[in-house]
Ligand binder design. Structure first.
Ligand code: NAD
Ligand code: UDP
Length: 327
């Protein structure tokens, strides 16, 4: 790390998850002290294992729906705590909503007490099944408030409200990132998301499950780019609180993603078409002008490169699982 750069005490809620563990690793590499707070609902020890012996890293098992009464003095807080895969956040929808709302409140209160900056990992899901395309931050969304996804979508929308009010009342310096679909090493192979499903299916020689006809779109951002964006936002001018879209403006259909994964994995598998989940958004693509203007940020990893690294990652995961099964 540049010696002149200020060393921060950073709390990462949800730090054992996919994005959280990639963020913890980057922050520790930069010389910051990092406290990972996680209840391990979807987070995995394997994600943070390499950091456990590092003196800059510590771990607190805690559910953020409960206040953080500990004597913590972070200078920065990233709130990434919440299952992100639709299958997993729908498994206990009331807990998901409590995580989004009480979790945001408890971390905002900690920020107020300690004077820390606090960043909320919001989501493109606040736009629901959007009528505006691509989605810019001024669009207010089309969310079904009583649907299967609403525990997450409405929870994240409410968390944005809390963050905005704390910011307006100057109780904390807040930052809101609207994260679009992100993928890469560290994802759980069984989380049901499109990239993890397709890659593990292809590597196991199983047909790829396309929900619907595969014409729906997503814009996939590689994890390293997303981590750059989150860190830039956290360290941006105090007056810039967002919300700001972070994602890749290059849009692909689910069929395009499936074809690319199959090619990169060298798999001779077919596509099987299954019913589309309820309220599955039709199109999703970020307008990232605000991030470019305020953060100088845009993703730089091409889908082919990112997917290829993800295929390599899951090959390693599957190989070590099969070694363990044989021994
Ligand atoms: P993930 O499920 O891999 O990680 C979430 C982490 O939060 C896990 O470690 C989990 O155990 C922890 N957690 C969940 N509920 C908690 C609670 N009540 N208390 C403490 N810890 C809790 O998901 P991810 O992909 O790493 O996403 C991280 C954040 O980014 C989430 O808030 C998600 O909503 C947001 N996000 C992610 C994406 C994406 O594509 N990955 C897109 C939009 C938004
Ligand atoms: N999807 C799919 N097959 C799968 C998993 C997902 O066709 O095995 C589709 C899903 O219906 C959605 C898109 O891929 O249209 C992205 O799904 P994911 O769960 O990754 O994220 P979402 O953006 O829906 O939260």
């Amino acid at each position: 790390m540049d010696d002149k750069m200020m060393k921060e005490n950073i709390l990462v809620a949800g730090g054992a998850g996919f994005l959280g563990s990639n963020l913890c690793r980057r922050l520790v590499d930069e010389g910051h002290s990092v406290l990972c707070v996680d209840n391990f609902q979807t987070g995995r020890r394997v994600n943070i294992e390499p950091l456990l012996g590092n003196p800059l890293f510590s771990l607190l098992r805690h559910d953020v729906i409960n206040p953080l009464h500990y004597d913590l003095r972070p200078t920065q807080i990233y709130n990434l705590a919440c299952a992100a895969s639709p299958r997993l956040y729908q498994a206990d929808p009331v807990h998901t909503l409590r995580t989004c709302v009480y979790g945001a409140f408890n971390l905002l209160e900690l920020a107020r007490r300690s004077g820390a900056r606090v960043l909320q990992a919001s989501t493109s899901e606040v736009y629901g099944d959007p009528h505006m395309h691509p989605q810019s931050e001024s669009y207010r969304g089309n969310v079904n408030m009583v649907g299967l996804r609403s525990c997450y979508d409405e929870g994240k929308r409410c968390a944005e409200t809390l963050f905005s009010d704390y910011g307006r009342r100057k109780r904390a310096v807040v930052k809101i990132a609207r994260i679009f679909n992100t993928y890469g090493p560290g994802m759980a192979q069984d989380d049901g998301r499109v990239v993890s499903n397709f890659v593990t299916q292809a590597l196991k020689g199983l047909d790829l499950t396309i929900y619907g006809d595969g014409s729906q779109t997503r814009s996939l951002c590689y994890v390293d780019d997303m981590i750059d964006g989150l860190i830039s936002l956290m360290n941006s001018a105090e007056s810039f609180q967002g919300p700001v879209n972070l994602g890749n403006p290059v849009e692909a259909t689910v069929l395009d993603i499936a074809s690319e994964v199959r090619r990169l994995a060298g798999a001779e598998v077919d596509f099987v078409f299954e019913p589309r989940p309820a309220d599955d958004p039709e199109q999703r693509c970020p307008d990232i002008l605000l991030a470019q203007r305020h953060l100088g940020w845009a993703p730089s990893t091409r889908m082919e490169t990112g997917l290829s690294k993800t295929v390599d990652y899951f090959s390693g995961v599957l190989a070590s699982a099969s070694d363990r099964a044989m021994s």
